[in-house]
Design a protein around this ligand. Sequence first.
Ligand SMILES: [Zn+2]
Length: 464
Amino acid sequence: MTPFKSLRIPETGAYWLREARIPECLLSGAPPAAADGDGSLLVDLLIEGGKIAAIAPAGSAPVGGMSVDLAGRHVWPMLVDVHTHLDKGHVVDRTPNPDGSFAGARDATSYDRERFWRHDDVYRRMTFGLRCAEAHGVSAIRTHLDSHEGQGDISWEVFRNVREEWKGRIDLQAVGLFPIDIYRGPYGVHMANVVARSGGIMGGVTRASGQVHGENLADIDMLLDTVFRLAGERGLAVDLHVDETGDPSAATLRNVAEAVLRNKFRYSVTCGHCCSLAVQDEREVERTIGLVAEAGISVVTLPTVNMYLQDRVAGRTPRWRGVTVVKELRAKGVRVAVAGDNCRDAFYAYGDHDMLDTFRQAVRILHLDHPHGDAPALVAPEPAAIMANGHGVVAKGAPARLIVFNARSLNEIVSRPHSDRLLIRDGRALACEMPDYAELEFVRAAKDFPRTAPTAQAAQVAAE
Ligand SMILES: [Zn+2]
C-alpha cells in the first residue's frame, strides 16, 4: 500500500484512481458493487479532460497506463456549505461577543457592521474566508449578507465582484438578510430589487429588529406574505433564519410553512436553525413537520453555532444541544442539510470554513451514527440540491472536484481532522495553503470595541 504522502496525482493526461472507496450516498449512477459495512462502494474512477469520465467496479481499470492506487481510501466530492456569513467572519479580535449570548452577538454585530463594514473591510474578510474554505475542499457556498439600510448596497456590490473573481474555484450564492419587520417599509422593496438584479436569494430572520426570537411579531403572517409576494413577483428563492432559540413559544416555522402554502409559492424555500422545534410539545412538532413537508421547505441545521449560542446562561452548564429535530424531519421526507454558519465572529467565536470539521462535529452532536447511514449526504448532495448547482456528487461526466482522505472507513473519517487531505480540482492536484492569520492584522488594529460587560439585554436574557 503506497504511503498516503507518497500519492501523486498526474499533472497531465488521463488517469485512473484505483480502488477509491465512496459512500453510496455521494455517488450518482453507481456501478453494481457490494457496499461495505458503512454503505461505501469500491470503484475505479477514470479522470479525463478535468471530468470523471468513467466509474467502474474496483479492479476493472485496465492494466498499464497512468493510475493512482488508493488501496481503498475514501474519495468524496468537494463539500458544499449552504449557510454561511462570509460578511461577518473573522472580526473576533475586533468586536467579540461580550458574553457569548444571542443578544450579545446581535448587538456586537450591529456595532461592528455600522463601524467598519466598508467595501475594503468586507472584501478582505470575505476572501480570507473563501481561501480557508477552498484549502479545506469546499466547492460551493451560500452566504447570507446583512442587508440593512446603508449596508446592503455595499455588501452586495462586494459580493457580485467576489462571485465573479471566484468563478471556477467556489460557486457562490447570496441571501439578503435583515429582521423581517423591515419588510413593513419601502426598504424591503429596494432590497428585493437589489437581490433580483444580483441573481440572489430573498431572505430575512423571523424576529423583530433589536429583539430575540419569539418576541413582538404579531404581524408575522403579513410580513411573510410580503416576503413571498416580493420573491414570487421576481422569481426568487427564499432562505430564512427561523426560531434560533430554545424558547418553545418561538414557533414561526409553522407560520412560514403556512405562508408558502397560502401564497402557493412556487420557488425554493429554505429555513435555517429551527432550534425551538426541538423543545416544543411533541404533537406540535409533528404538526409543524407535516406542514413543512407539505410546503416542500428544506431545513438547514447549524450544529456548531447552535451548540455555542443555545442554552448559554452565565454560571450555568448548558443542558441541551441546540439543534433541530433532524431525524424526525428526514423521516417525513423533508430535505435537511448541515452547514457551517458563522466563523470567528460574535455569533460563533471559532471555525475555519471547513465542512469536514462541520460534518465530524455534526455526527457527534446529532448522533448521525450507529449506523452512519447516509450522513455524508448532509454535507454534499443535500446542500447542493438546495443550491441547485450540481455539486456534491461523484457522477460520470461531472467535473472532477474530489477529496482523497487517508481513511478507509467512516470511523477513520470522523476520528481525525484530516489536515493532510488531498484535493483534486478539474482533475489536477489543488495545492493551496491556508491564509495566514497575520493577514487579518487590519482587523486587530481596528479594535476599539468599548463594551466588555454584558449588554443590558443580554443580561436580561441570561436572567430569564
Ligand atoms: Zn446564519
